[in-house]
Ligand binder design. Structure first.
Ligand SMILES: N[C@@H](CCC(=O)N[C@@H](CS)C(=O)NCC(=O)O)C(=O)O
Length: 327
């Protein structure tokens, strides 16, 4: 782990606050791709490149959207090595990794420095690069997810949307509701450096999981009958929960398999066509257990748990179409 300070690489970790709480840095590249040219980054096939890590839950939202919406031909990707050591994210030729075709970079930080030679901040994935303007458009996953869904709509090869008109407010509200206690909550638990900070995060996390388990007792997906962006946001945390967050981040009041509805919901989403092949549990486990020596000093990667993701689920009882058609 490291970060850039005034364009110079340092091996600085996240600093907790005085109460031992994890503080997430704000993403700094916040431009937008737009359907037309209003942003100066128009949605054009072949123009953008997405730098990703299979390990990362934030990236995973964007990879799932790219796959489900059929944007693979329009937006190219590079995949970094799952191990993030003192040099940060690196490009290698290991299984599942895809080197940088634009600059042949060794490290992701080079991409940040090309966009801003004086950059100060963390070097995170996902990153959307604009080949034409030679810069980073955005490194914030929630905004990238929306861009892929809405702004790139003309390039989709599947006639669906993950942000259907009648559900839009609900989708945004749900993404807001799950972010702090769940998506960020697992990190607040795992990177806490004081007992009280850890306990607070874990209690909030499980209260939220209990709540959504109840919601999913009544409906197939978070916002109703169809898969939306909110489901992608929850799915990527749930997928990592039992293999990583339960042990490595000490989120261990319960496992997802112990929840009657969340567990079926996780399997339902995992078994959607095209999803399982975008879930690299080998990269996920290697990344977390080996890249955080302050949490796991031996860097031993556990063998388990035995996956139940392929097992049958009963979510089909809700019936209906899985995706909303594009309007
Ligand atoms: N706000 C960002 C967070 C992305 C993020 O934290 N990515 C992690 C991987 S899971 C990362 O690249 N961390 C590297 C670091 O912090 O040094 C987003 O949602 O896009």
């Amino acid at each position: 782990m490291g970060m850039l300070i005034d364009g110079v690489w340092t091996t600085k970790r996240y600093e907790p606050d005085e109460a031992g709480k994890f503080v997430r840095e704000q993403s700094q590249f916040r431009d937008r791709v737009t359907a037309g040219d209003s942003s100066g980054h128009p949605a054009v096939a072949g123009r953008y490149h997405l730098y990703v890590a299979h390990a990362c839950p934030w990236v995973h939202r964007t990879l799932l959207a790219r796959g489900l919406l059929g944007l693979e031909q329009a937006i190219s990707i590079s995949v970094v090595d799952p191990f993030m050591g003192d040099d940060g994210w690196a490009f290698t030729d290991r299984d599942g990794c895809v080197p940088d075709p634009i600059f042949g970079a060794r490290f992701l930080r080079s991409i940040y420095l090309r966009a801003d030679p004086g950059y100060s901040g963390r070097v995170t994935v996902p990153v959307l690069w604009d080949r034409e303007r030679a810069t980073i458009v955005c490194n914030e996953s929630r905004e990238l997810l929306r861009m892929l869904d809405v702004e790139f709509a003309a390039l989709h090869t599947r006639p669906i949307t993950l942000f259907p008109e009648p559900l839009q407010r609900r989708v945004d509200r749900t993404i807001d509701q799950i972010y702090e206690p769940i998506n960020n909550g697992v990190y607040k638990a795992g990177f806490a450096t004081q007992q009280a900070a850890y306990e607070e995060a874990v209690r909030e996390l499980f209260a939220a999981l209990d709540h959504w388990d109840g919601v999913l007792a009544e409906q197939r997906f978070l916002c109703g009958d169809v898969v939306t962006e909110a489901d992608l946001c929850l799915f990527t945390t749930l997928l990592r929960f039992d293999p990583v967050y339960h042990g490595h981040f000490k989120c261990n009041l319960r496992r997802i398999v112990d929840y009657p509805h969340l567990s079926g919901y996780l399997r339902d989403l995992y078994q959607l066509p095209g999803v399982a092949e975008l879930c690299r549990l080998d990269h996920i486990k290697e990344h977390y257990y080996r890249s955080h020596p302050h949490v796991n000093p031996t860097r031993i990667v556990p063998l388990g748990p035995i996956s139940t993701l392929e097992q049958a689920h009963d979510r089909g009882r809700f019936g209906g179409e899985l995706f909303a058609p594009k309007s």
